[in-house]
Design a protein around this ligand. Sequence first.
Ligand code: ZN
Length: 472
Amino acid sequence: MKKKKVILSVIIALLVLVLMFLSYTLFSSKLYFKNLSKKSDLEVFTKYKEENVEACYGTKFTCHKVKYTTKGTVNYKKIGLYKVSYNINYRNKKLSKIKEVNVIDTKKPTLKVTGVFDNVCPSGKSKDILINAKDNYDGDISNKVTYTIKDDYITYVVSDSSGNKTIKKIKIKINDSEKPTITLKGESIIYLGTSSKYIEEGYKAEDNCDGDITKNVVVSGKVDTSKAGNYTLTYSVKDNFGNSSSVKREVKVYKKNDYNPENVTGSVIYLTFDDGPGPYTAKLLDILKKYNVKATFFVTGYNNNYNDMLKREVDEGHTVALHSYSHSYGTIYTGIDDFMNDLTKIQNKVKDYTGVESKIIRFPGGSSNTVSRKYKNHIMSDLTKKVEELGFRYFDWTIASGDAGETKDTNKIISNVTGHLKPNAANVILQHDIKGFSVDAVESIIQYGLANGYTFAPLTMNSPVVHQKVNN
Ligand code: ZN
């Protein structure tokens, strides 16, 4: 019996303990928050609002509302995890709870694809398709759009920084109707002396669909600089769709000028320069020397700054011929004696500087000039007859370069000359070595001439007569 009593009193004691514990937890007062979750998500750009949080002092069944404060902010415009602490300080009792607010973006970006879909490059590229992707958080993300092509469909995909994805699938027709383009670096016609080296200056190939396809260019043809002749290089390229293009470059390999005074026949160019010497004469002589080209200088006498050029012209194998001492129409075309006085003056000057007594002349304005009428009627008829009686030979020209007033454009001078050259004939070119833009044309004229089978020669007393019609 005693044993039973003991068990009963233990049970009673336990019950009392449980009751005491329950009444403590259920009926004793403490601080607590109502409706405060530990963590919550917040869609970005939505203002953070506290839930119906209440701070209590009381039991599970009673709530005496007390004041609370919060600390920490939530930047609802910026994705991230924010912590806000909720604090109660009531009658020397304190309670602090942390709440985590996760600002997130769950909205998908918008993706607009518009345009023409029946002419799309095999790569999916098309200048006729406009892609526009916008995200509420990232803004314009058009450049993040990727696409894949399968069968007849192109699938565009774009994801925002939070991984929200938008997909658009569109039916297309693959086509590339444009040929690639090849651009040559350097000239499309290149002149090279024999035994010089051909250096490829390069090229660039571009395609509307494939972009830069320079590495696919195939160059065919060969240049043999040991042999004079015209060589063609062909640059070809194909795009991925199969469209092909090609361009050509001409390489004209010429021999050095092989002027032989004993035998000047066939296609001949006589380069003649009037009114010098002047500031560009030295440069001109350098160019002529480079190509072993001999020319003719119809010189004047009034400018004494370049007298040393006269000797150089003779020393380097050119013909120094007589133009006029004064080059003044009003002085020389007033009478035969006036003309002869001036001519003798320049003849003596040339002789003084070079030792050469030249008898080759060119009339200022040419024998066909009409300006002389202003000073004396019939003077050109008289003079042309007179100079020949005295043993002079006068030369006009067959091609005016245009440097006397028509143009100052070096390229135009080159084309004026090269465009009027006649093969198997004596071509006498008129230029002025007191004009830099004209001197600049000489190298190209020489290259063209040599590459096209012309010989350059200086005028001599034996050269074929080139006279224009006398008009006064
Ligand atoms: Zn002149």
